[in-house]
Design a protein around this ligand. Structure first.
Ligand code: PDD
Length: 339
């Protein structure tokens, strides 16, 4: 009874106060569902759900979706520069590998995903964007058995790229070493880019509680592993060091490219097992991922680092590589754009 009364109260208030109250009780953020083109034309933002783009406010999935109930699904984060999806084949390759590792049959083939992706960019008029492709097991009765779900749920979210503040690149970001250990790789394979991110979220909470931006996670053997959404590098005794895949980390696409670029630049690189004391003794530390690219670190716990020449060099050559990639794709005609 009380609940009904409360509900009718809300709907009465909604009617009398209009959208301002409604927006406080709506589950979706309606404020940014429109995009201004800069010439007075307002476009609704669209999210691709299963087989078509739908307005953001209508982009919903079932509460019985096993992605929601169990984190049963996989995803990829991609970055679009000047309407070209950077390293698209590498990201889609990893998406398919993640799906295969959880025995999820992809609902679309490579070309269909590319077409859906470019349709989403087009309908939102996006040039420089953040893209997330999410595929969950789909909806079905409660229970862990994946066969309870008949069809995977397929979602593409694409938004204007909100760059990290320039000051982060100039001064570096603060990090801490989390108490939360990286999941055992034999318990949950880190090559599965899964929707189940609680291990990393717990470490991120630790960072926030200590007013740091990112946590660095160590593995069960106390070796440095990775950030919550990033891979880690450090420069010490003229060697660029990064934890090896065997440390239980995601094989980051940016990490691999940075290793190649570093070798091309004549740096000595070492992938291996490192302790927190190795990190504390470093001259420079930086993080990599698809959205932050190369992000210098100014602090790990109480140890401070300058933004050094190696991070600056690698950030520059990474950006040059992006430019070359974008130009080469653009120069090779529209078919390579997946449309
Ligand atoms: N995260 N390690 C983890 C745990 C990650 O989640 C990511 C990427 C990386 C870097 O991978 P890449 O260079 O391929 O982006 C390393 C993305 C950005 C995300 O979760 O949105």
């Amino acid at each position: 009874m009380r609940f009904d009364a409360a509900l009718s109260n809300i709907s009465k208030k909604s009617i009398s106060f209009g959208k301002s109250l409604l927006s406080t009780i709506e589950p979706f953020d309606t404020d940014d569902k429109v995009k201004s083109t800069g010439n007075g034309i307002i476009l609704p933002m669209y999210v691709y759900v299963n087989n078509r783009p739908v307005p953001k406010a209508e982009a919903v999935v079932s509460v019985f979706d096993h992605g929601f109930l169990y984190g049963d699904g996989v995803y990829e984060t991609l970055r679009v520069y000047d309407r070209v999806v950077f390293m698209l084949d590498e990201h889609l390759g990893r998406l398919y590998r993640s799906a295969s590792l959880i025995r999820l049959t992809m609902p679309k083939n490579f070309d269909q995903i590319k077409a859906a992706l470019y349709e989403t960019l087009d309908v939102n008029s996006l040039e420089n964007a953040y893209v997330r492709i999410t595929i969950s097991r789909g909806h079905g009765p409660i229970g862990l058995d994946p066969d309870l779900c008949k069809e995977p749920t397929f979602v593409i979210i694409a938004e204007d790229m909100k760059d990290y503040p320039q000051s982060y690149y100039e001064k570096g970001i603060k990090t801490v070493i989390a108490q939360t250990k990286r999941n055992l790789k034999d318990a949950l394979n880190p090559q599965i880019k899964s929707l189940n991110f609680l291990n990393n979220i717990l470490a991120k909470i630790e960072a926030k509680e200590k007013e740091a931006y990112e946590s660095i996670m160590v593995n069960a053997s106390e070796h440095i592993a990775e950030g919550t959404i990033s891979n880690i590098f450090f420069y010490r005794d003229d060697i660029l060091c990064t934890p090896s895949i065997a440390c239980g980390i995601l094989d980051g696409i940016t990490r691999r490219l940075i290793l190649d670029l570093a070798v091309r630049e004549g740096l000595t690189v070492r992938e291996g097992e490192f302790t927190r004391n190795d990190l504390f003794a470093a001259d420079e530390v930086f993080l990599t991922n698809t959205t932050m690219e190369v992000m210098p670190v100014c602090k790990v716990d109480a140890v401070r680092y300058g933004v050094g020449s190696v991070a600056k060099l690698l950030r520059k050559v990474y950006r040059d590589e992006v430019r070359t990639y974008v130009e080469s794709i653009k120069g090779s005609g529209p078919s390579l754009l997946g449309i």
